[in-house]
Write a protein that binds this ligand. Structure first.
Ligand code: NAP
Length: 255
């Protein structure tokens, strides 16, 4: 499809001068995004459960605003959104990045509360925070919601069944959100491949793409106006045919 340079310019998210809330911004991909947004002259607020990690992030990136918040809890999401709008009336970008990943055997007896926590953090929180903040965001001149999904949205990793399902759901929700919010709020999806962070616990993702390599590539795509950001495995999975995805599933989930 032909897109005139004017249209591309108009659609591309301006990368500076925003006030950005990054959930889970004290570590991993969220921290790398917060670092890059700050360097580009944005005001950046991060949240997470661990006060010490937030303090450490503030030490590394002076100028960050931080807030302790457990996004598994709907009340804390409401408090976070109200606090952010009150303290930062210029808030115009929400980055739904916080997430956890659990490896589970579905043959075992599992407690619903435990399963639900992963659903609550990875799926309910981004939907709830978007719902809470869109009425504010849409009043701003160039607002955006950025949802962090995963390559596993396209091809599930069977040992992380709830995680993979939440990422497929976030991918789907992002398509609908983009459709409904256009042209008021730009909606962007970042689908990382495996990246070397502490996701799922230290040491489980050391084989992934180096964090800075991924964050630089994602930010370059953001700067160029892409609304569907992927890299390496997630790009391959997104572009694959149904048959290709089936083959990827078989390969990834060999017993
Ligand atoms: N690394 C990968 O291979 C990969 C691949 C695809 C997608 N992703 C996605 O990228 C995002 C970031 O993950 P990451 O790899 O950077 O892992 P990470 O380093 O473990 O970061 C996850 C962040 O989320 C925060 N968080 C978790 N539960 C939370 C809660 N209940 N309330 C508030 N904050 C919470 C954590 O902070 P606290 O623990 O202090 O709360 C942490 O800062 C996730 O959505 C993940 O699914 C990662």
């Amino acid at each position: 499809m032909y897109c005139s340079p004017f249209v591309v310019f108009w659609l591309a998210m301006r990368i500076t001068g925003h006030t950005v809330l990054v959930t889970g911004g004290a570590s991993g991909i969220g921290f790398a995004m917060a670092q890059r947004f700050l360097a580009e002259g944005n005001t950046v607020i991060i949240c997470g459960r661990r006060e010490d990690k937030l303090r450490e992030a503030r030490g590394l990136l002076p100028g960050l605003a931080t807030r302790v918040s457990d996004l598994a809890d709907p009340l804390q999401r409401i408090e976070l959104a109200a606090w952010a709008v009150k303290q930062f009336p210029s808030l115009d970008v929400l980055v739904n990045n916080a997430g956890i990943q659990r490896r589970l055997s579905l043959l075992q007896t599992l407690e619903w509360d435990e399963l639900h926590t992963e659903l609550a953090i990875n799926l309910e929180a981004p939907i709830h925070l978007s719902t809470l903040l869109v009425p504010h965001l849409r009043k701003m001149p160039q607002p955006a919601v950025i949802n962090v999904s995963s390559g596993l949205a396209y091809v599930p990793l069977a040992i992380t069944p709830i995680y993979s399902a939440t990422k497929a759901a976030i991918h789907s929700y992002t398509l609908s959100l983009r459709h409904q919010l256009a042209p008021h709020v730009e909606v962007i999806e970042i689908a990382p491949p495996a990246v070397n962070t502490d996701l799922g616990g230290p040491g489980l993702h050391t084989w992934g793409v180096p964090l800075d390599e991924f964050a630089d590539a994602a930010f370059a795509q953001l700067r160029s106006g892409s609304t569907e950001i992927s890299y390496g495995f997630s790009e391959d999975a997104k572009q694959a045919t149904a048959e290709g995805r089936h083959e990827m599933f078989e390969r990834m989930n060999k017993r």
